[in-house]
Design a binder for this molecule. Sequence first.
Ligand SMILES: [Zn+2]
Length: 270
Amino acid sequence: MITVVAILGLEHSGTTLLARMLGTHSAATSVGGIKNFAAFASGKKACTCGGSWGDCDFWSAVDEALEAAGRSSRDVGSAIGSGAEGGPSSRQAAQDLVRAISSATGSKILVDSSRDPLWVDMLDGATDIRTVRVHIFKTPYEQMASAKRKNRSTYKELRKYNRRSRACRRALASHDGGITIPYGAFCGAPEGFVSQIMRAAGAQLEPEQITGWGLTPLHMLGGNRMKRETRSTIRYDELWRDTLSSGEVLLARLIAGGSLRRNMDSSSRG
Ligand SMILES: [Zn+2]
């Protein structure tokens, strides 16, 4: 049985940090977003090791495992590229990719940070794959401030916050054992959350996951590039207080305050 820990949430909401901590476990492999495999296999995205398709040993081994299973990376990539709308052939491709990664690495625990719940649903229905669903979220204030700093529409960001939060809560409610994590609480005490996820995946926390997560080179597709860092650099981002005007804070509360409350409710139940 392969366990896929699926990290769900928004971009810039702590998903890459969590994926790195989980992937530092000796029995787990963090692959970034399987949804990015199509772009990687066609040369449009690079691996976090700096390599691209054909010159990263990790993904070359996955390529060989796919071939051994009678699949070509090109076909799997294009089927995955059509996403959840691709129907049964996309699902089959996503599941075959998971099997090939597990077979190439010998890892029974894979961490996927595709973030969008549609992707984890594509792994449903396989008898040899189970998912542990993890939803990590920041506050709408933090998401809005991060959008503002990057010159993206803050209004769209708040709407997306609502949509994605709802989709993530549904994705967790539909399966047993989902874990909901507020980013602020996670930064204060990551051990408890990482340990809870590892137990759900059938393993025990290893201290390196907390103290040395930045030191292990990983082969992740997509996600923001984080420098090799250590625990001291994990901090709760309160910059939004300086970034947002009081009017913007009010707008965020009006539009997305309800979503934040429901996310918090889910986290205290889990
Ligand atoms: Zn690589």
